[in-house]
Design a protein around this ligand. Sequence first.
Ligand SMILES: [Zn+2]
Length: 132
Amino acid sequence: MNVIIMLKGTKVYSITRSKCPRCMEGEIYPDKNPYRFKTMTDFNPRCSVCDQNFEPEPNFYYGAMYVSYGYTVALFVAVYIIFGMWIGWTMWPTVGALAVMLVLLAPVIFRISRTTWLSMFVKYDKNFKKNG
Ligand SMILES: [Zn+2]
């Protein structure tokens, strides 16, 4: 917990906690639980703290698909190393483990991909002007 707080101001902090990448305080998603399917894809249009626009242009999040692809490949490699090489499972159980992980982690990957994509374009600004 303290380690995460120390990271405030970095992209890791914003991405892991789904915080606004500009002020690191506002929430991007109205519902913090990514596993609630009804609200999974919802995000706030603007930051409630610094007024950062969370959708800078139409279809902005198309690019997040590439980030999602990157995280999926990383998961692939991690599962392969842990189950295939470290535990020593054969191919099909390893593929099964990967499929289960992909399904279980899909909502998380979906969100962190979007947050990562957004934080690639929005810089941390510790002197942000509070609105209101
Ligand atoms: Zn903000």
